[in-house]
Structures are given as structure tokens and as C-alpha cells.
Design a protein around this ligand. Structure first.
Ligand code: SF4
Ligand code: SF4
Length: 354
């Protein structure tokens, strides 16, 4: 049986407590504070702003910094949700798998650095649409035994038997997202009905943990020792414009720093490594954002520590206006206070040291 590591159980309980009093953005910023100390930025160091050509130094920086690596093992999604670029950029007419050698190479490298944080099977595919996912999870469990294996699903393909198979393969954590029809805006009570229907199909009991009318409905599901959540949320309020490809209501002028390229790594099905969840290599306007490609560059650590990644990090520190595809991004903003401003001022200075 897969036991969740103690630090993941504690983190999950803290995140659960915070979810009860606020939305996802508050939770993520708070979780970051819990994770990294006095401010969310305390783990940032000079090496994040310095291209590294030494493999071991790059691996060490990765190990000290990255708490989630998201891998898109294939391209297909069955839906075209209005708040997702998939409404415009085709992910339904073909299926492209990540090269298995690339996938295994990523896992072996993570195993080499004894990676013990999250591997997420998400991005812009529906990970349960292809049963190959069972093999992919089993390979990860074998090669990166300490990692927390996580997935986000739209739930369309999920049955109780499929859930059991995922658990047996080594999955620790699953979020089931309740989505409505392709063009339908958030409807709290319809979300509740769909949630109840899915729970009845699965034959599992759940406890409501967030019920914020018009914003978010969420429940924890009781299933073995897996972290299993089901939720629906209003993307007009909490969604991102996904690098200027989606019209959501909340598109503020971004002045907040962004930590994504510091502690997350995103890998598309075609091997491209992206700076954040909002940017994807199959959108022409986003292709300048590609940090590296694992089909031609073997080391995920050297890509993480590359000049391209450094350039992204330099552009995202400080409480000033962000440019380009970040200009109106709503992803995990941080509040400007005297403490966070002081730390950010130091990071801006650090980022200018060559
Ligand atoms: S939000 Fe998820 S389910 Fe909807 S189109 Fe995008 S990837 Fe597919
Ligand atoms: S601010 Fe830029 S780098 Fe950060 S999540 Fe948004 S688009 Fe990505």
C-alpha cells in the first residue's frame, strides 16, 4: 500500500485548513509561505539568476528549489472548456505521446537526485483519456520512489475500477475537477449536482470543505490513504488568461512578482520545457517562451539552470509592471507589504548581478 510521506500529510492538512477560509490564490500564496519560511521568496538565491553549466551544481539548485514538475505524457483532451486554450487550439483531433525515452530520462534524473516532491500529470491533456497513464505512473513509482505522484482530471473517464488501478500503480493524490458544458459559465448548484452524481458513480463518501456560493464548491473524498479532492470553481474569478489566449473577467495589470519559474517545471508532450503552467509550446505566440527541449537537450537540471530560465526569473522579480504575456496574468499574486517589498528589492539587486 502507498503510504503518503508525513510532510505531504502535514502540508495537505494545512492546505485544507486554508482552503476553508479562502480561495485558491490565497491558499497557494499561504502554502508557499508555509513551505519556504518567513516570506515565500526566502529560498531564492544568486544561482537562480546565474546560468549554470555545471551539471552537479544545476542538479543541486533544482533539488533545493523545485517542488513540482508537471509532465504532459500525451496531448489529447476530450473537452473544449471556454476558460482553456483548448477551446481554440486543437487537442481533440489527434493523439501525440511523449517519446518514452524522454519520459524515462526525466524519471531517471529525478531518481538520481532523490526527488521527493510532486510530479503532476496535468497540463492541457486529460490524463485519464489514455490507459497508458497506468504504465506511466508505475514507471514513476519505480524510478522515483519518494515522489508524490499527483494528477488533475476532469473526471469523465474515472470509474471506481480505474481509481483502484491508479492507486495500485502508485498514484498518491488526485483532484477531480467538475466542469460544466463547454461554453457554460460557473453555476454553483449545477456544480453541486454534478459532484453528487460523480460521487454516486464512484460509490465513495465525501465531506464538503468549501462552499462559497458563486465561487467554489469543494469536498474531500474518503479513499484509502490517497489525497482525493473533488471541486468546481468559477474561472471568471480565479482563472488566468493563459498567456493572453482566454477571456476571463479578472485580468489585472500585473505588478506582483511571480515564483513559477523558480519552483515549478513544466514539460509539454513534445519535450518542450515551459516557464509556467499558462504558456504552452503548441501556441505560436508562446513559442518564444520555450526554455529548452528534452528531445535535444538531455539534462532537465541544465535546462532549469539555463540562460533562458534565468532570463525569465530576472523579469519576474520586483513589484513593478510585468511585460508581454505576463502583463495581465492572475497566477498566484503576492501582496505588497513592507516585508515583501524589502525582500523583492534585494532580489531585484541580486538579479542584476552578472
Ligand atoms: S480545462 Fe482541462 S478538461 Fe477543459 S479543455 Fe482544458 S485541459 Fe481539457
Ligand atoms: S506571470 Fe508570467 S511566468 Fe508567471 S505564471 Fe503568469 S504568465 Fe507565467
Amino acid at each position: 500500500m502507498n503510504k503518503r510521506p508525513w510532510h505531504i500529510r502535514v502540508k495537505s492538512q494545512l492546505a485544507h485548513l486554508v482552503r476553508r477560509v479562502g480561495g485558491v490564490q490565497v491558499r497557494d500564496a499561504f502554502a508557499s509561505i508555509v513551505k519556504h519560511g518567513r516570506t515565500p521568496f526566502d529560498f531564492v538565491e544568486q544561482d537562480h539568476f546565474t546560468p549554470l553549466g555545471d551539471h552537479d551544481k544545476a542538479m543541486s539548485l533544482f533539488k533545493r528549489s523545485v517542488d513540482m514538475i508537471e509532465i504532459e505524457v500525451f496531448s489529447y483532451c476530450n473537452r473544449i472548456c471556454w476558460f482553456c486554450p483548448n477551446a481554440e487550439y486543437d487537442r481533440r483531433s489527434a493523439q501525440h505521446h511523449m517519446d518514452n525515452n524522454v519520459y524515462l530520462s526525466i524519471l531517471r534524473q529525478l531518481g538520481q537526485c532523490d526527488y521527493n516532491r510532486k510530479i503532476s500529470y496535468s497540463r492541457y491533456n486529460e490524463p485519464l483519456a489514455d490507459r497508458i497513464i497506468i504504465d506511466k505512473i508505475a514507471q514513476a513509482r519505480s524510478l522515483v520512489p519518494k515522489a508524490v505522484l499527483h494528477m488533475n482530471t476532469n473526471g469523465d473517464y474515472l470509474t471506481k475500477e480505474y481509481l483502484d488501478e491508479l492507486y495500485d500503480a502508485g498514484l498518491n493524490s488526485l483532484n477531480i475537477q467538475i466542469y460544466l458544458r463547454s461554453n457554460q459559465k460557473y453555476d454553483h448548484e449545477e456544480t453541486r449536482q454534478r459532484m453528487q452524481k460523480k460521487l454516486a458513480e464512484l460509490g465513495l463518501k465525501a465531506k464538503i470543505t468549501v462552499d462559497l456560493f458563486g465561487h467554489r464548491l469543494e469536498a474531500d473524498i474518503d479513499y484509502k490513504d490517497m489525497s482525493l479532492r473533488i471541486y468546481g470553481r468559477n474561472f471568471d474569478n480565479t482563472g488566468c488568461n493563459r498567456g493572453e489566449t482566454v477571456e476571463v473577467t479578472n485580468q489585472p495589470v500585473r505588478t506582483s512578482p511571480c515564483l513559477s519559474p523558480f519552483y515549478h517545471v513544466y514539460i509539454d508532450y513534445n519535450g518542450s520545457v515551459m516557464p509556467c503552467c499558462n504558456l504552452r509550446s503548441d501556441i505560436p505566440e508562446h513559442q518564444d517562451c520555450i526554455i529548452g527541449n528534452l528531445n535535444t537537450q538531455s539534462s532537465i537540471f541544465l535546462i532549469y539552470a539555463s540562460a533562458n530560465a534565468v532570463a525569465w526569473r530576472r523579469s519576474l522579480v520586483g513589484f513593478d509592471r510585468k511585460d508581454g504575456l505576463c502583463k495581465h496574468c492572475n497566477f498566484v499574486p503576492f501582496t505588497k507589504t513592507s516585508v515583501t517589498t524589502s525582500v523583492q528589492d534585494k532580489l531585484v539587486a541580486m538579479s542584476k548581478t552578472r
